[in-house]
Design a protein around this ligand. Structure first.
Ligand SMILES: *Cc1c(COP(=O)(O)O)cnc(C)c1O
Length: 390
């Protein structure tokens, strides 16, 4: 019998282990040289000017909205089909969330729905938008930027699912998730189930030096030992012990040995993306003739990094249970965020985003990770087909 097949899993090689052991034997466990190296390599990988590594993706979201200037009462638009953290970061700063519905084909935020929200309110009503490259599918940030500029909104791209994903813009240029000029900042997670595992870890990328500088001090209590060029100079005649706390920051640092693991994993990121494409292609091919199975839409100008492979079926619970009985652990991504009890308690109600709610009734994420073998994938495919077609 086959081992259990999860929907996603990390891949740790001997080289990863050696790299971490080496970091543990070095001088710095926390703020060491591997963090800067990881930041530089990651910025290179997605094509951004700056990158700041933090303790996890949620911390990356929180610091980003702070650096973007979110104030209590500020209104932010986002998608309900995402992990709760994409919304929670706004609540950490006492902001208000408005949910745009999803596109029923790509499952990412619907630009028409965003436009409807913007059109229904005066300019200045909203402060920002958090699009999510859901499942690895890149949001068209070129189109979103035009709307954002008309309303003076910042864009925080949640790219947790999409390192290596890109869309092709109207000038025929590949715009990588987290590395494009349309967003103000983007965030990534290095939770083991994501493309690049660091145990826990996160990254913020940006092309703005100002946002970068703010993030650096917010990550470490808002404290700095360096005079900031944009701020009041330090008083004269202070010793080298002197530091100032400029903002109410946090301790959201990553450790040097986690950065070592991230660095080592990043070297194999392209290989992982290639394998994910092969797996996705096989699923698309296998399900092409099945009327009872709908896959996330593919479009030429969007390169899906495929953190997930999502299908929609009529009897989702039935398929989920059937797969479980065959040791295949599929998963549901996601319950619409505003239907979670906390959000209901603060006033959100069912019916807000009909496409998202319909999607949630039918969606299922099939196994998708680079070490999924061909034999395992064929087993998944035949079980899905058996359930759907009898
Ligand atoms: C995983 C994830 C996060 C949070 O990342 P953590 O590292 O687990 O804090 C945020 N947004 C999305 C879309 C995610 O998938």
């Amino acid at each position: 019998m086959m081992d259990a097949i999860p929907y996603g899993r990390q891949h740790i090689t001997q080289e990863d282990i050696d790299t971490v052991v080496e970091a543990l034997q070095a001088d710095f466990l926390t703020q060491g040289p591997r963090i800067k190296e990881f930041e530089e390599n990651f910025a290179d990988y997605v094509g951004s000017k700056y990158a700041v590594a933090v303790s996890n993706g949620t911390a990356a979201l929180h610091l980003s909205v702070m650096a973007l200037g979110l104030q209590p009462g500020d209104r932010v638009i986002t998608t309900p089909i995402t992990f709760a953290a994409s919304s929670n970061c706004v609540r950490y700063c006492q902001g208000e969330l408005y949910y745009a519905d999803i596109d029923p084909e790509t499952y990412t935020i619907s630009l028409e729905s965003v436009k409807a929200l913007l059109d229904a309110h005066p300019k200045g009503y909203f402060k920002g938008i958090v699009p999510v490259d859901f499942a690895g599918y890149p949001v068209d940030l070129e189109a979103l930027r035009i709307m954002a500029d008309q309303h003076d909104l910042w864009i925080l791209e949640d790219s947790c699912h999409a390192p290596g994903g890109y869309f092709v813009d109207s000038n025929n240029i590949k715009q990588y998730c987290g590395g494009n000029d349309y967003m103000d900042a983007a965030i990534f997670s290095f939770h083991p189930v994501k493309h690049i595992a660091a145990g826990e870890g996160g990254m913020i990328t940006t092309n703005s030096e100002e946002i970068y500088q703010k993030l650096l001090i917010l990550r470490t209590h808002g404290i700095t030992k360096e005079e900031l060029h944009y701020d009041i100079p330090f008083p004269e005649e202070q010793g080298s012990w002197y530091y100032e706390m400029k903002e109410l920051g946090y301790n959201y640092r990553i450790t040097d040995f986690q950065a070592a693991l991230g660095n080592s994993q990043l070297k194999r990121a392209d290989q992982g993306i290639t394998r994910r494409q092969e797996i996705a292609n096989r699923y698309y091919e296998a399900f092409a003739g099945d009327k009872g199975i709908r896959c996330q839409k593919r479009k030429d100008q969007a390169f899906n990094a495929h953190h997930l492979f999502v299908i929609e079926v009529e009897d989702r619970k039935g398929l989920y249970d059937f797969l479980r009985a065959h040791h295949i652990f599929s998963q549901v991504h996601y319950i619409p965020v505003y239907l979670l009890p906390y959000y209901k308690r603060i006033g959100y109600e069912p019916g807000l985003c009909p496409n998202a709610e319909k999607y949630y009734r039918h969606c299922l994420s099939l196994p998708m990770y680079p070490t999924l073998t061909q034999q395992e994938q064929e087993h998944v495919i035949s079980c899905v087909k058996e359930f759907i077609n009898g």
